[in-house]
Design a protein around this ligand. Structure first.
Ligand SMILES: [Zn+2]
Length: 477
């Protein structure tokens, strides 16, 4: 039985979707004013894998993500770059989709842009006004009145008295009834983009776009709301307050899943600290033709080998460790193939016992995933199984069934994480260096030959000199 840790109840709960085998999942998407960084990648990869897993175990999953394409940050950045907020937002939205394609994030059913839902946003604000949950501040905008929603703070376990400590610029106004009241609709100042609606010329607040979008597509209630942990307050609290006040239905989402923080060498990622790693940066600096997998596989493995709720402190030593783990899988498979080819004879009579073993390993693997999608625990099961198999191969006790079972287990992992392996082809540059080294050697220019070997090795390849000539190997072997 699949269980998730629900931030709302602070407990692990069995997943019981509202519509039997269908799951409605909404995850907060990007504000498109800059490149996405690896902190974003962490959240989006975790939910991509969770969504794919839900489909794999038989749920029909509808994964919805919003795109915040109107916001203070977008307006500000557009001003700095002498462009319009719309042009800037469309450009970064395109780049965001490019990043997702590169990361093989393919589980999202629908992307919904905030600006495509203005009529739904206006409708929701009007409902809140009619029901006494919202009020107007002249020449400023419409605000949600926190005093009308006593449950505020239930998700983050904060009270509205503390609500003032995370308010964005759009929510600032001296005339608010309560400090934590947030903007639903802000009248636009001169030069700012606006929509001319029944609420007046203005633009939506940040929180209202999500509930207008989810209500339009899922209705007032749905199964899972996901996002990064820093969105829990005030963003997700505000969503709950708005939607539950508008519909008078509780809860907005049955399960709230939050991904942990990602820091870089112990520090919060920020442009000013100079430790901002974009997805693009990561992929280009970690792509290596000498490795049998691409940088996407490396990043997917690195992120998914950690539990989605655990904080990650990113550093190169961890990436190196992830790279080594991937190589371990390949080395193991190589040994498996050679063992199967050379020594494998069917040990009759062991079949039934091996099926039980396989079932036990598989059950452990699946149990780890069912336990709040515990991928590190699932990986632990695989590493243990590989260890056992290695000992069996050492003594020649491994059977054909053993080989089949461990291969199936590894394939399940590769599919779940979407890890892809490739055969390394030797780049022209490397071939040319080796040819040059051969001529240097013939001419007894040992120093030059040595230098060429060093250059080859820097590109990730080693040279084995044989009587038949040099053989080039990728160094990872
Ligand atoms: Zn959101």
């Amino acid at each position: 039985m699949l269980k998730f840790f629900n931030t709302l109840s602070e407990k692990k709960e069995s997943l019981k979707p509202r519509h039997k085998k269908r799951v409605q999942l909404f995850v907060c998407g990007p504000t498109v004013y800059d490149y996405s960084h690896i902190g974003h990648a962490r959240t989006y990869l975790a939910f991509d894998c969770i969504a794919k897993y839900l489909s794999r175990i038989g749920y029909k999953t509808y994964y919805l993500q919003n795109i915040t394409d109107i916001d203070d940050k977008i307006i500000e950045r557009a001003k700095q770059q002498h462009t319009t907020p719309k042009t800037l937002a469309r450009m970064f939205e395109k780049l965001y989709h490019e990043d997702e394609r590169k990361l093989r994030i393919t589980s999202i059913t629908k992307y919904a842009r905030a600006t495509d839902y203005i009529p739904a946003i206006v409708r929701q604000v009007k409902t809140l006004l009619k029901r006494g949950h919202a009020y107007e501040i002249r020449k400023d905008g419409y605000y949600f009145d926190l005093a009308t929603f006593p449950r505020y703070g239930a998700l983050s376990r904060r009270t509205s008295l503390q609500a003032e400590d995370a308010v964005s610029r759009i929510d600032e106004s001296l005339q608010k009834r309560n400090k934590g009241d947030f903007a639903l609709w802000k009248f636009s100042k001169r030069g700012e983009p606006y929509w001319n609606t029944e609420l007046g010329k203005g633009r939506p607040g940040w929180h209202i776009e999500d509930t207008a979008i989810t209500e339009s597509i899922f209705g007032p209630q749905y199964d899972i709301h996901g996002g990064a942990i820093d969105l829990k307050f005030p963003h997700h609290e505000a969503e709950i307050a708005q939607q539950e006040s508008a519909s008078r239905k509780h809860p907005l989402a049955k399960y709230w899943l939050h991904t942990g923080f990602l820091t870089i060498n112990g520090k919060k990622m920020s442009k000013s600290a100079g430790n901002f790693v974009t997805i693009r940066d990561f992929l280009s600096t970690h792509e290596n033709a000498a490795l049998p997998f691409d940088a996407t596989t490396l990043l997917r493995y690195f992120i998914l080998s950690q539990h989605y709720r655990a904080p990650i402190d990113f550093n190169e030593a961890l990436i190196t460790h992830a790279r080594q783990s991937l190589i371990t899988f390949l080395d193991f498979e190589k040994r498996l193939s050679s063992y199967a080819g050379k020594t494998l004879k069917m040990h009759q009579g062991e079949d039934r016992r091996m099926t039980t073993v396989r079932n036990t390993i598989f059950k452990q693997f699946e149990a780890a995933l069912e336990n709040d999608f515990n991928t590190p625990q699932a990986l632990g099961v695989i590493f243990d199984a590989m260890h056992t198999m290695n000992s069996k191969m050492d003594t020649g006790r491994a059977t054909r069934n053993d080989v089949i079972h461990i291969r199936t287990l590894l394939t399940s992992l590769y599919e779940l994480f979407d890890l892809r392996f490739r055969t390394v082809s030797i780049p022209k540059e490397v071939k040319s260096l080796v040819t040059q080294r051969e001529s240097a050697r013939k001419e007894k220019q040992w120093q030059r030959a040595d230098m060429l070997r060093v250059q080859t090795s820097a590109l990730g390849f080693s040279i084995e000199d044989t009587p038949q000539g040099p053989i080039i190997h990728p160094t990872y072997q």
